[in-house]
Design a protein around this ligand. Structure first.
Ligand code: CP
Length: 338
C-alpha cells in the first residue's frame, strides 16, 4: 500500500473546524490537538486518581476490529467505550467469514451496515487504518489501534499522559530515552512524533545500528542517536524500553537475546545513571530479562502499569473527540458536549 497516494494525515483526520474525526497517526496533528486529547483524558480522571464513567457516547456503537493479537489496547478500548456508555462489539476475526474468502472491504461494509459509529482497528499491515478510513463511509470514525510498523497513536498519547502526570514537568524541559528495537516499532515512531509536536527538545534513541530504520537522521530536530546505552541514559527524566518485535523481523538483527540484554537491557546500574526521579516506561508486552530487568519493571520508578490505566483515559478521550468531530461534521454537535 502506498501511503503517499492517500490523503495527507491532517486532511483525513480533521473536520472542517480542525477537530478530530479519525485518529490514524500523530503526524500532521498540531500541538493544540494533542494537548486537547491530553486535557480531555485528564478530565476523565477524578481527584482521587480514579477513572470516571459518563454517558457521552450513549446509543453509539464502537466496533473493535483486531486483526492482530492484543491484550492492553483491545481491553482498554473496550473499557473506555463502556465507561462512555457506548455499545461495544468485538469481531472474532479467526471465526469470521474472512476465513471463507470474504475481502476486507466486504467485511467492513457489512459491519458498517450494522450501524457502527466507530471502528477501532489493529492490523499487521502498515497503512491498514488509513485504507479503512478511505474505504468506509465518512460517518464512521476510524481509530488506529496499531498498524504494522507504522503507527500506534493512542499508545503515544497514553505515553504522553503518563509522562505529564508522573514527571509534572514541561515537555520542553525533559530528556527522554527510547531504547531498543526502533526499526520495527510503531510505538517508537508515534512516541517520537508526539514528543516533537509537544515541544520535547532532547529525545535520545538508543539502539544497535541493526535495529535503527534506514534514514534515521531524517527523523528531525531534537533527536540524538546513541549506540552505547550508558551514554544515552545519562541524566534522563524518562526511559522508554521497547520489546524486540520478532514477528516483524525477517533476518536476524541480533546475535542473541542474552547479547541484547548485556548491551541494552535496563538494569539497576544503568537506571542509576539517569536522574534520581527518572520514570521507566514500557508499552508492553514485556520480555523480562531481555530489554528490562524484573527488579526495574516492578520497582518504584516503574510507571508501566500506570501507562495501562492512563490508556483507558486516553482512549475515552479519543473516542469522545472523534465522535464529537463526526457529529460536528453532520451539524449535530449539540448531541455531545465534552
Ligand atoms: N502496547 C500494546 O499495544 O500492547 P498490546 O499489543 O497488548 O495491545
Amino acid at each position: 500500500m502506498h501511503l503517499a497516494a492517500l490523503h495527507t494525515p491532517s486532511q483525513i483526520q480533521l473536520n472542517q473546524n480542525n477537530n478530530l474525526k479519525h485518529f490514524l497517526t500523530i503526524e500532521g496533528l498540531s500541538r493544540a490537538t494533542l494537548t486537547k486529547i491530553l486535557d480531555t483524558a485528564q478530565s476523565f480522571i477524578n481527584d482521587q486518581n480514579q477513572l470516571i464513567t459518563t454517558p457521552l457516547l450513549e446509543g453509539r456503537t464502537v466496533m473493535n476490529l483486531f486483526f492482530e493479537n492484543s491484550t492492553r489496547t483491545r481491553m482498554t478500548f473496550e473499557a473506555a467505550a463502556k465507561r462512555l456508555s457506548a455499545n461495544v462489539l468485538n469481531i472474532d476475526i479467526a471465526r469470521s467469514s474472512t476465513s471463507k474468502g470474504e475481502t476486507l472491504r466486504d467485511t467492513l461494509w457489512n459491519l458498517e451496515a450494522m450501524a457502527a459509529d466507530v471502528f477501532v482497528v489493529r492490523h499487521s499491515s502498515s497503512g491498514a487504518a488509513h485504507f479503512i478510513a478511505e474505504t468506509v463511509s465518512p460517518n464512521v470514525a476510524i481509530i488506529n489501534a496499531g498498524d504494522g510498523r507504522h503507527a500506534h497513536p493512542t499508545q503515544a498519547m497514553l505515553d504522553m499522559l503518563t509522562i505529564r502526570r508522573e514527571t509534572a514537568k514541561k515537555f520542553e524541559d525533559i530528556s527522554v530515552a527510547i531504547i531498543g528495537d526502533i526499526k520495527h516499532s510503531r510505538v517508537a515512531r508515534s512516541d517520537i512524533a508526539a514528543l516533537q509536536t509537544l515541544g520535547c527538545r532532547d529525545i535520545r534513541v538508543i539502539a544497535p545500528n541493526t535495529l535503527l530504520p534506514c534514514g534515521f537522521s531524517e527523523y528531525g530536530e531534537g533527536i540524538r542517536l546513541f549506540n552505547k546505552m550508558d551514554q544515552g541514559v545519562q541524566d534522563c527524566d524518562v526511559i522508554i524500553t521497547l520489546r524486540i518485535q520478532n514477528e516483524r523481523i525477517d533476518s536476524p538483527a541480533l546475535s542473541s537475546q542474552a547479547e541484547f540484554y548485556k548491551m541494552y537491557g535496563l538494569n539497576k546500574e544503568r537506571l542509576a545513571l539517569a536522574k534520581p526521579d527518572c520514570i521507566v516506561m514500557h508499552p508492553g508486552p514485556m520480555n523480562r530479562g531481555v530489554e528490562i530487568d524484573s527488579a526495574i519493571a516492578d520497582g518504584p520508578q516503574s510507571a508501566i502499569l500506570h501507562q495501562v490505566t492512563n490508556g483507558i483515559a486516553v482512549r475515552m478521550a479519543v473516542l469522545a473527540l472523534a465522535m464529537q468531530g463526526q457529529l460536528q461534521e453532520k451539524g449535530l454537535l449539540e448531541a455531545i458536549t465534552i
